[in-house]
Design a protein around this ligand. Structure first.
Ligand code: ADP
Ligand code: MG
Length: 696
């Protein structure tokens, strides 16, 4: 039996632990730092560090680590023990404020996208007191940001924290205009629904593609795939249920409020969703969830797959990013209110999102761009690569009525005048939610569904915070300086709806008609990462980032370079693994089978030369010619890979990968999958889709 309240957060140096371990005045000062972002005095940090160490040692910690989020990949850490001295055979365990606040990992091996030449490789990490420290694997983890000595940002947390400050500043400006002087802080929130696959570990390890690339590069469609859709919300298999229980326990100990768990649409696919919280913490939590899921799976002889598209023909995995804004007084700013003024405020925040998403569609798309996620967004399942907003018919009708100054529905109100009339009631949480929309308003929050399952939620949240803050800033500039507030507000909302309503779409986003319609509306359709990533450095976007000091120009350039490099690298690795599996496993296996069949025919003939060998001959002919085709395609892919390596220009190289390499890989896969279907199971060199997907 698990006592949830007892274990929840037991390994976290949270408020409860701080209050218990710190002198009252120190606790109060630390709390001010956490809630109001005030700088921390070094004397205080010494006391905090010491208390943290004593607490951590009680929890079994021998080491501490500064834990950070480099630009590519998940998290990084460097461990030091608390041993600081040793006298007469006795060790002294120490941890100073300086060690808590600042660390110096050897930064040279972290990707910097050209920001930092290797000769000035030093970087430092700095404590982020707004996310709690915790103990895991006998180590005290200190969440930190990561910068170079010249001040360039080398991680994902720093820009995130900046974007959180930014949206706080401009939200407060707007709130003051509506008379909310009591609100001191506005924080973006995040609830990240994480999808993943669980498969048998032995099966997983038998496939080089899964081991090296996290996804299958081959695999004929099984006779029973997800056609029956009987997996969704079905009963959890005992092995899976055990895994989930264990996972929940690990997460709860770290104060991660894991709540929902269920089967997903595809066989072997599952979801975990924690309760939402402020986004900095929710992002740290999501990083931990991904890591701990993998570790717990290992313990249960399972493999947890986080890739966006591990199996062709089977649903991919996303990470739904539920985003909203909450005040320190507990008000959700996307909750439509009851009074005319609350309504007007809601509409203005809604307009900021509509305008921001329309003007910066490209940035949102780029923020979720990766080679893995391309397999989802391009195809006909996850939201398409086109960004649009789902508001639901009712809210859309209300906006139409406001825009045209006409009557809405059969309500008394003839014309909805913002700031004067109460908004008509509308269905807030429509049960028939549109699941095809990439960006859906779901009653009191927005659900951005394009995020890939393996990606850090940091980048999409940096973008969301920044673009909405930018629009709030522009609105505040206008409204703070106007003579007639109500009138100006009305005009501003009407104009925003008029100018940006093209981004609103409530229909089926998977349909071809929408692709055509979106083209008419001149919305971006950035199908691949090679198209999307370059948008990061479009002039208007660089202007946005530098205006608000989220990234400098060189920082955004470096991120652009790194993402493109990573895109090429991932495809290059996949292509090489594909070549190796084809040459060393598939072609030899087919040859072996051909030999077996030929020998059967020969044996038959030696028994009686008149015996028919139609089947043998047919199989041998068919397989020989397919194998020959495969052999030729291998050579073509090898040539193209060599060509790719010679392309210096990064955008050109990424386009070459997109166009030349991927198409050749697709050809190889197609031939190989046909071979798999026509070759005996005994000789096939790795587990099939059926073996893996129904392995537990
Ligand atoms: P779905 O129907 O998309 O699966 P769920 O109800 O399973 O939706 O998940 C909703 C997610 O949204 C949960 O992770 C929840 O914590 C999160 N969420 C709810 N309210 C907010 C909010 N105000 N801000 C951010 N996330 C929220
Ligand atoms: Mg969802």
């Amino acid at each position: 039996m698990i006592n949830v309240p007892e274990i929840f957060g037991s390994m976290v140096f949270n408020e409860h632990a701080m209050r218990a371990h710190l002198p009252k005045d120190i606790y109060m000062q630390l709390k001010e730092t956490i809630t109001e972002g005030k700088p921390l005095d070094i004397n205080i940090s010494n006391i905090v560090a010491n208390a943290m160490k004593d607490w951590a040692i009680k929890k079994g910690a021998t080491h501490y680590t500064h834990w950070f989020q480099p630009m590519i990949g998940l998290t990084a850490e460097k461990h030091d023990s608390f041993i600081s001295n040793y006298k007469g055979g006795k060790v002294i365990m120490e941890f100073s404020g300086k060690e808590l606040i600042k660390g110096e990992p050897d930064a040279s091996s972290f990707p910097s996208g050209g920001l930092r030449a290797t000769f000035e490789a030093r970087g430092y990490t700095a404590w982020d007191p707004t996310s709690y420290a915790f103990v895991k694997n006998n180590t005290l983890y200190i969440p930190t940001i990561f910068c170079s000595y010249s001040g360039e940002v080398l991680d994902k947390k720093t820009p995130l924290l900046k974007s959180i400050e930014l949206i706080n500043t401009h939200s407060l400006r707007i709130l003051k205009l509506f008379g909310n002087y009591n609100i001191k802080r506005v924080m973006p929130t995040l609830g990240a629904e994480q999808k993943y696959f669980l498969v048998d570990k032995n099966m997983f390890n038998k496939r080089q593609d899964l081991v090296s690339c996290g996804r299958t590069l081959f695999g004929a469609k099984p006779p029973k795939g997800q056609d029956l859709e009987d997996h969704y919300f079905g009963a959890l298999r005992p092995k899976v249920s055990k895994f989930m229980k264990d996972l929940d326990k690990e997460l709860w100990k770290l104060g991660i409020p894991a709540k929902t768990k269920h089967n997903e649409v595809a066989p072997a696919q599952y979801e975990i969703a924690p309760l939402f919280t402020t986004s900095n913490i929710a992002i740290d939590h999501n990083q931990l969830i991904m890591e701990i899921m993998k570790n717990v799976a290992e313990r249960h002889n399972l493999s947890c797959i986080l890739h966006e598209k591990p199996f062709a023909g089977v649903n991919g995995s996303g990470k739904h990013n539920n985003w909203s804004l909450i005040t320190n007084t507990g008000i959700n700013l996307f909750e439509p209110g009851n009074s005319p003024y609350e309504n007007a405020q809601f509409l203005l925040f809604l307009c900021a999102v509509i305008k921001g998403v329309d003007e910066y569609q490209d940035l949102l798309r780029a923020s979720v761009a990766s080679a893995g996620n391309d397999h989802r967004l391009g195809s006909n399942e996850a939201p398409p690569a086109i960004i649009s907003i789902f508001l639901g018919d009712e809210l859309t009708d209300i906006l139409n009525a406001i825009e045209n100054g006409v009557k809405y529905g059969n309500k008394e109100v003839m014309k909805i005048k913002i700031g004067v009339h109460t908004l008509p009631e509308f269905q807030k949480d429509n049960t028939d939610r549109n699941r095809t929309s990439p960006f859906a308003f779901t009653g009191n929050k927005f659900e951005f569904r394009m995020v890939g399952s393996s990606l850090s939620p940091a980048c999409p949240n940096i973008m969301l915070n920044t673009i909405v803050a930018e629009e709030l800033c522009k609105f505040a500039d206008i409204l703070e300086n106007c003579d007639n507030f109500n009138d100006t507000l009305n005009k501003l909302i009407v104009k925003t709806i008029k100018d940006h309503k093209r981004i609103i779409f409530n229909g089926n986003s998977y349909s071809d008609e929408w692709t055509k319609e979106a083209k008419k509306r001149r919305l971006h359709n950035l199908e691949t990462s090679a198209d999307a990533i370059p948008q990061l450095i479009a002039e208007k976007n660089i202007h946005l980032f530098t205006k608000h000091n989220i990234y400098t120009k060189s920082e955004i350039m470096s991120r652009h370079n790194m993402l493109l490099q990573n895109y090429c690298r991932v495809i290059s690795i996949e292509a090489k693994v594909m070549l190796e599996m084809t040459k060393k496993q598939i072609i030899p296996a087919v040859l072996k089978y051909i030999k077996e069949i030929s020998e059967t025919a020969l044996t038959k003939k030696s028994l009686n030369s008149n015996l028919e060998c139609y089947v043998e001959e047919d199989i041998v002919n068919n397989l020989s010619s397919l194998n020959f085709e495969l052999y030729n395609e291998v050579k073509k892919l090898e040539d193209s890979l060599n060509e790719a390596h010679e392309l210096i220009d990064l955008p050109a190289r990424s386009i070459f990968y997109r166009d030349s390499i991927i198409s050749k890989m697709n050809k190889i896969r197609k031939i190989s999958d046909t071979l798999e279907k026509n070759t005996s199971k005994e000789v096939w060199p790795f587990p099939s889709y059926s073996d893996i997907l129904f392995s537990i």
